[in-house]
Write a protein that binds this ligand. Structure first.
Ligand code: AHR
Length: 652
């Protein structure tokens, strides 16, 4: 039964509800005959770095963790002994039996009691499991040598964690006493039930000592490239149609210290010549995903590389003084550029050819450093100037990006040499994005420098991603964040003539081990999913024209509209974000067209703000595509509550 309330109080309680039920009507007017500028063809792109097990344990398809035994100096972490009584064995790192000068250690298996009925060996746990799939071929490879008296055989298998189930098995008949490379193909059966509860084992059936180096296991990769990428994640990226790929970071470029910066030349060539290095996110990188792999990755997506150059500042505060001290670092950067674009007759171009890619890669943008506003010494202005001068001299057509943009206070963005492009980073909560998006870029000087929003993401929390309170929250954000993201993307797209590039960050997170949230794509060893923000990004990045239009809103709360036109085929893409808790009618008025098609393709992402996707519920929030009728010069479209909508209209 309803409690008895005084009439005035009842009215006061009901009125706001009534107001919420009938939001103020809004009109969006667009003059199709008045383009407001050209959309940068590479406005939408991707940013990437080794964080959250993005490559090792992520996009890089290698399944074994600590394959070169360098993740820990003392213990063979992620490896264990396989030995059930009466068998007996021990394993240890052995620096006295290095694989080579670059990988100065091996894994020693000392089998003291072993038989065909009770084999012993080593097992690798992978990145939170080895993904087992039916009818799948896995390529296991390793280096090994045996102590005199032991010649094998050796069994390589993918098994359940307790060893009771063997999913796939192969065999090496004979091992020698010198280092040699071995390869075995393992094939799973048709009826195997997919699981991550598996490991790779290398076992022997008689006592002896065996050393292992660089043990690797690859499943099928994107386009079957050797040392390649995980197909499901690549497909998700290709689906975004990115115009560029910013790599290798981020903080990963800078390293904690100068010595642990991204030394690009140590990431190329044969895998046994890549030492790996400690990353700034708490784990070591194998560098199997090196400079060439980044370039091929960009190429495979149809994206151009945007190369981050280490510029003399590292995260713990070390910096290189501008002047002569900086020259070797500038040399490193110039050599790196030569590896990417130099002719095969150049020193580094020849190495690129050796690495399998004689044709130079396309390169138009290089970024000098990352977030150099953190450099308290104030040396960035001079470091930037020195780098830019050297790059301009050697490669006059390259555009240099400053890592300090307009979002920083004036005192931090001193540029005595005008950069071609400014990189701005925005990690903000949804509320801040919603408030700032309608006008943020209106105050910019459209004549330049170009703006690159090189990192941005909305979080749905009151605290920022780097706050300790973020730890323990889901790796990917909710629909609330996607609404903030969409509003911000609309703001950037409305200015996509001078906001020439933008990319969400971070891109990836392994749900079992991440240092940062929110992220666009989550995965474990077997499955992957997009956050609502991923779907919002795809809706925006794949539906954009080449001419900017100016949507003008009257009435109602901001709809964060953006509109572009594809001049060749006449499609008009109108993006609208309804952040309100109620569905809203919006009147759309299209002027300046000879003919407007009567139907439109409509893609809508709509869900309660706290809803999200996860590794177990991967498709809770996904867009739906419908075809609507009744489109004309003036028509009304209903936007669902909490929704992101892209209308594709036909107009001539
Ligand atoms: O995207 C995560 C980190 O945020 C990047 O490494 C860094 O550039 C920024 O501070």
């Amino acid at each position: 039964m309803l409690p008895r309330l005084p009439l005035a109080l009842l009215a006061a309680l009901l009125l706001p509800l009534a107001a919420a039920a009938a939001p103020e009507p809004a009109t969006i007017a667009i003059d199709l005959s008045a383009p407001a500028g050209k959309v940068s063809p590479i406005h939408y792109g991707l940013m990437t770095e080794e964080i959250n097990f993005s490559y090792d344990g992520g996009l890089y398809a290698e399944l074994l963790r600590n394959r070169a035994f360098r993740d820990d100096p003392v213990k063979p972490v992620h490896w264990s002994v396989v030995a059930a009584a009466p068998a007996a064995a021990s394993i240890a790192l052995d620096p006295k039996q290095p694989l080579n000068a670059v990988i100065p250690v091996s894994l020693c298996l000392d089998a003291t009691a072993a038989s065909p009925a009770a084999p012993v060996g080593v097992a690798n746990e992978g990145y939170w499991g080895i993904p087992v799939k039916p009818s799948t071929r896995y390529r296991a490879s390793f280096r090994a040598k045996a102590a005199p008296g032991f010649t094998g055989p050796l069994t390589v298998a993918i098994t359940s964690l307790d060893g009771a189930t063997v999913y796939a098995r192969g065999r090496v008949d004979r091992l020698g006493s010198d280092w040699a490379a071995y390869e075995v193909v393992l094939k799973t059966g048709r009826k195997v039930v997919p699981t991550t509860q598996a490991r790779l084992t290398l076992t022997v059936e008689q006592p002896g000592t065996v050393w292992f180096g660089l043990v690797s296991l690859f499943p099928p990769t994107w386009k079957n490239r050797p040392n390649g990428l995980r197909p499901d994640l690549m497909q998700m990226l290709v689906d975004l149609k990115p115009g560029f790929l910013r790599f290798p970071g981020g903080n990963y470029l800078e390293g904690d210290t100068i010595d642990t910066r991204f030394k690009w030349w140590e990431t190329i060539g044969p895998l046994d010549q890549r030492p790996g290095h400690p990353g700034p996110w708490g784990y070591r990188s194998s560098d199997g995903m090196g400079l060439m792999e980044f370039l091929l990755w960009a190429k495979d997506m149809g994206a151009e590389p945007l190369l981050g150059l280490y510029a003399g500042y590292s995260l713990k505060g070390d910096y290189v003084k501008p002047g002569p001290d900086l020259e070797p670092f500038i040399r490193e950067a110039l050599d790196e550029i030569e590896y990417v674009v130099g002719p095969v007759t150049s020193k580094w171009g020849a190495l690129r050819a050796r690495d399998g890619h004689p044709e130079p890669f396309p390169l138009r943008y290089v970024e000098i450093g990352n977030e150099d506003w953190f450099d308290k010494s104030g040396s960035y202005d001079a470091r930037y100037a020195q780098f830019a001068a050297a790059i301009n001299r050697a490669y006059p057509s390259l555009k240099c990006i400053s890592s300090i943009g307009n979002e920083q206070p004036a005192a931090k963005r001193v540029h005595s040499v005008r950069p071609d492009v400014l990189d701005e980073h925005y990690y903000r909560n949804t509320e801040t994005f919603l408030k700032d998006s309608p006008t943020h870029f209106d105050r910019y000087d459209r004549s330049g420098p170009e703006i690159f929003v090189g990192e941005w993401a909305a979080h749905e929390t009151a605290f920022p991603p780097w706050d300790a309170k973020s730890r323990g929250l889901a790796p990917t954000p909710t629909m609330k964040a996607a609404l903030g993201d969409a509003a911000w993307m609309s703001a950037m797209e409305r200015h996509a003539d001078f906001v020439t590039m933008q990319c969400y960050a971070p891109l990836f997170a392994n749900v079992n081990g991440y240092q940062w949230r929110p992220n666009l794509i989550g995965y474990d060893a077997l499955n992957s999913f997009g956050a609502p923000s991923y779907h919002a990004f795809r809706m925006y990045s794949t539906q954009v024209g080449d001419a900017l239009l100016k949507p003008v809103q009257t009435g109602g709360a901001p709809l964060h509209a953006a509109a572009t036109r594809a001049t060749r085929d006449g499609f008009v893409f109108l993006k609208l974000v309804n952040t309100e808790a109620d569905a809203r009618d919006v009147e759309i008025r299209l002027a300046g067209a000879r003919r407007i098609g009567s139907t439109a393709r409509v893609e809508t992402l709509s869900a309660a703000p706290d809803t999200t996707n996860s590794i177990t519920d991967r498709t809770t929030v996904i867009p739906i595509v419908t075809k609507r009728k009744g489109v004309g010069a003036v028509f009304t479209h209903k936007l669902p509550a909490h929704s992101i909508t892209v209308l594709r209209l036909e107009a001539k």
